[in-house]
Design a binder for this molecule. Structure first.
Ligand code: PEP
Length: 250
């Protein structure tokens, strides 16, 4: 049985005050979450605050991005060692906003996966098709290509050290969720693709769904056989909504 994981991607939202309130709310309700692991991914500048507030609780945390470089003259970048320094367990790589707004391609995302893994962080590898790609019927090709980039660089076993988040781009922040059947179909395909190379890795790897998952639709999505949790954007900014999703995960 794979443990479910619910990870909140706060994106570029929050302030010292709002984050304090949000974390207090999550901490108060976390006792009702039975078995799922709960993670939050704040903007870099709040990692220290999150570490201070969540140390000693069952909630874990991560970063939203990392540099491929170790250290040095890379103004504005943040290294894996720094993310580790703040007690992060996870780091998101290849979010569709990084891919589309900052030109991150499959090769760069694979490199980030590799650097995170080498630093002992668990990368959350985001993959997913655009609306145009779905309408063209190439969803499976797109997700297969995005995973293949990591396998080519790191080998299939490396996938067991991370988490995959299937996030159809057309569902992110749009309020349009993939139906449970649509999501399950792609999750199953992803697992089969991995199984074709290594069945035990495929059984082990957690595949999260992301894309307008919310308190109302989470239970149905999370009940699908190959959906092992959620990567949550908008709904992770309200403690009650986020906790409802976490409780739905078990
Ligand atoms: C995300 O950014 O990873 C995401 C899934 O966002 P939202 O839940 O807001 O669609």
């Amino acid at each position: 049985m794979r443990q479910k994981l619910v990870a909140g991607n706060w994106k570029m939202n929050g302030s010292k005050a709002s984050i304090k309130e949000l974390l207090n709310g999550i901490k108060q309700g976390i006792g009702d979450v039975q078995s799922a692991e709960v993670a939050v991914c704040p903007p870099f500048v709040y990692l220290g605050e999150v570490e201070a507030q969540l140390s000693g609780t069952p909630i874990v945390w991560g970063a939203q991005n990392l540099s491929t470089e170790e250290k040095g003259a890379f103004t504005g970048e943040v290294a894996a060692s720094m993310i580790n320094d703040f007690g992060c367990k996870y780091v998101i790589v290849g979010h569709s906003e990084r891919r589309s707004l900052y030109g991150e391609d499959d090769a760069l995302v694979a490199k980030k996966y590799s650097v995170a893994r080498a630093a002992g962080l668990k990368p959350i590898l985001c993959i997913g098709e655009t609306l145009e790609e779905r309408e063209k019927g190439v969803t499976n090709d797109v997700v297969a290509r995005q995973i293949a980039a990591v396998i080519e660089l790191e080998g299939v076993a490396a996938l067991a050290d991370g988490v995959i988040a299937y996030e159809p781009v057309w569902a992110i922040g749009t309020g349009k969720t993939a139906s449970p059947e649509q999501a399950q179909e792609v999750h199953k395909f992803i697992r089969e693709q991995i199984a074709a190379q290594d069945a035990s890795v495929a059984q082990k790897v957690q595949i999260l769904y992301g894309g307008s998952m919310n308190a109302a639709n989470a239970a149905e999505l999370l009940a699908q056989e190959d959906i092992d949790g959620g990567l949550i954007g908008g709904a992770s900014l309200k403690a009650e909504d986020f906790l409802t999703i976490c409780r739905a995960a078990g």
